[in-house]
Unconditional design. Structure first.
Lengths: 286, 336
């Protein structure tokens, strides 16, 4: 691991610098987290008047009210459906594509990998307007409602995580010895049998990491959600803004809701961060 | 995301596929060869289909409608929108007109913002990664804490910052005005010139953990012998960082800075969540993606919005091309 310099005791100047710098970074990082948690436990008067570090009294009221002030449960469900479906599709598609690239030589391989990866760098706004037009016009001519539907969002989101997923899985699959799937083929498995019985089980950490990444991407997407959803399909990214009305901004509820919607991804990420870091290490420096 | 562009080609050249190891090469049987040559395409087909639908085709459509006068009237029937030649582009780059002037302004704001944000993110991320390189008590906890901003959904985090930057009931004014007395009066942070600082702080908070993550991954590949050898030669801590750590991170940095640049330059989420409620970003924080979005959806003039997006893409392509050419040449020179 990274404890490569432990043989040498670092000088005091370094230790002190380290202590100071890391303390500042921790404060900077946790400041919003503290504000989020403490404000979510404050009564409304507290968050509408001058800020206080400590709540005047603690209340869990905001956590009850968030569900009735806006249809949070519906936004939650929409986000969950869209993110889970996009993640599942993205992982399956990426497994196939990465297997193809990792194990076969074929014409157009380089074009494929370069094209897929370069879509990652293009500004989202460039796709947004045309995609909106395409979805609206597909709906008009075929009756398939992509605009404003969860299906449209799922299709869109799965492609956002696809480039990273494919690239990371290629790295993982390359590290699975070819002898293993050749042996499986000799035993009578087809290429798909070899993929699912040998390669996929050996690459589980990579697949988990890719799934976490895909889920986080979909759960946090704002730009396309702001245009491609309606009142029924609105996701959390847009729904949270409903807590501020003309007359009132329920900051304590916004903080409570922010915390509630963050929990699934943050917990998932922290539990599985090891996989993601390993996955990045496997690919990043190749 | 990281060293992506180079790795597939290397694999392409060196890696011998399954097809080469089977019997097909020695004794060409047509059906077997045919099946084998079709399989990779079958495997790639779903990925290709979705990439076409969501990225390639919209991009082509985007270029096409940038040459059309596509206004609200034609949204549901875009084929009927009249061609307008280069008119959308002329309006966008006519810096005497209101549209062109505000686009240019937004562009410069975005450039300054991006340079500042990427620089700081890289600095914070690299510093933290190097300081967590040695084993010490609490190292794992610190790493987890530092990754929280990366894990939080963007909108939840940014909305919290929006609350903190409120003038009357925000935490920032309470701290710097009421408690530390650094300012004469409570300042506005989400309108006016201060909003640039606001945007930068939020962007840094959100962006540096990614740099940290990538540099940390890069550090793990530096062999420990290098440090030991340097220590035997009498190199101190700071010298080791300068002479061993930084040069070893070169290729990681090349990709990291590019990715940070592209993400920051295209950042839409931060201004949207911070300022979206007011309808418009303040002039000093008018990032280009949000600018194009606002001007497209307030006027419903998708033709001119697409022209601006295409210009943005061309700019990014040129910058990326030049960047890769310059940094790769620098790398080759120093390697050789």
């Amino acid at each position: 691991m990274a404890d490569t310099r432990s043989s040498l005791a670092p000088p005091r100047s370094f230790l002190w610098t380290r202590r100071v710098v890391l303390t500042i970074l921790v404060l900077f990082t946790l400041l919003p987290v503290y504000v989020m948690i403490s404000s979510s436990l404050k009564p409304l008067e507290d968050v509408q008047s001058k800020f206080t570090w400590i709540p005047s009294h603690l209340t869990i009221r905001p956590y009850i009210d968030i569900w009735s002030t806006v249809p949070l449960a519906r936004f939650f469900l929409n986000s969950a459906i869209v993110s889970v479906a996009a993640t599942a599709c993205s992982v399956v598609i990426a497994v196939f594509a990465a297997y193809g690239v990792s194990r076969y030589r074929f014409r157009g391989k380089r074009v494929f990998t370069v094209t897929v990866l370069s879509t990652q760098m293009f500004p989202g706004i460039l796709f947004l307007l045309p995609l909106y037009l395409i979805f609206v016009n597909i709906g008009k001519s075929t009756g398939i409602d992509l605009y404003g539907s969860r299906g449209g969002l799922i299709i869109t989101y799965l492609t956002f995580s696809l480039p990273f997923a494919i690239w990371m899985l290629i790295g993982y699959f390359d590290s699975v010895p070819r002898d293993l799937d050749e042996a499986a083929m000799v035993d009578g498995c087809g290429p798909f049998g070899a993929l699912f019985r040998v390669v996929v089980p050996a690459a589980v950490p990579g697949i988990v990491a890719v799934a976490v990444y895909a889920f986080m991407t979909a759960w946090g997407e704002v730009l396309f959600a702001s245009v491609m959803t309606n009142d029924n399909t609105k996701t959390l990214a847009i729904g949270l803004q409903n807590y501020s009305t003309e007359n009132n901004v329920y900051w304590n509820q916004i903080m409570a809701a922010s915390l509630v919607v963050s929990v699934p991804v943050v917990v998932g990420f922290l539990l599985l961060q090891r996989y993601l870091v390993t996955g990045l290490t496997a690919g990043a420096v190749k | 995301m990281t060293a992506t562009v180079t790795s597939p080609s290397a694999r392409d050249a060196g890696g011998e596929g399954m097809s080469g190891t089977g019997g097909a090469r020695k004794k060409p049987r047509i059906p077997g060869r045919l099946r084998r040559s079709v399989i990779p395409y079958v495997l790639l087909l779903p990925a290709i289909l979705f990439e076409l639908l969501v990225h390639v085709i919209p991009m082509i459509v985007g270029v096409v409608i940038s040459f059309r006068q596509l206004t609200l009237f034609f949204i549901h029937n875009w084929g009927a929108a009249p061609w307008s030649g280069l008119k959308n582009y002329q309006v966008a780059v006519d810096f005497n007109s209101a549209v062109g002037k505000s686009l240019l302004h937004s562009f410069w704001i975005t450039v300054v913002f991006t340079v500042a944000s990427v620089g700081l993110c890289w600095l914070f991320g690299t510093t933290a990664a190097i300081m967590l390189q040695d084993k010490f008590r609490g190292r794992g906890t610190l790493r987890t804490i530092f990754l929280i901003p990366y894990a939080l959904p963007v909108y939840a985090a940014v909305i919290t910052w929006a609350f903190m930057f409120q003038r009357d009931n925000g935490m920032v004014n309470h701290l710097i005005h009421d408690q530390l007395h650094l300012t004469d009066h409570a300042s506005f942070w989400l309108i006016g010139n201060n909003s640039f600082v606001t945007l930068l702080v939020v962007s840094l908070w959100k962006g540096w953990p990614f740099a940290f993550l990538i540099v940390m991954a890069g550090l793990q590949n530096i062999p420990g012998d290098l440090y030991e050898a340097a220590a035997i030669d009498g190199a101190g801590m700071w010298q080791q960082i300068r002479k061993i750590t930084m040069p070893s991170l070169r290729s990681v940095n090349q990709v990291l800075v590019l990715v940070l640049f592209l993400w920051t330059f295209n950042d839409f989420n931060t201004p949207f969540v911070l300022f979206g409620k007011n309808g418009n970003a303040p002039g000093s924080a008018d990032l280009i993606s949000f600018h194009i979005y606002q001007s497209s959806f307030s006027s419903w003039n998708f033709g001119s919005g697409s022209a601006m997006s295409v210009l943005l893409l061309l700019f990014l392509l040129v910058v990326t091309g030049v960047y890769l050419a310059v940094t790769s040449r620098g790398r080759k020179a120093s390697d050789g």
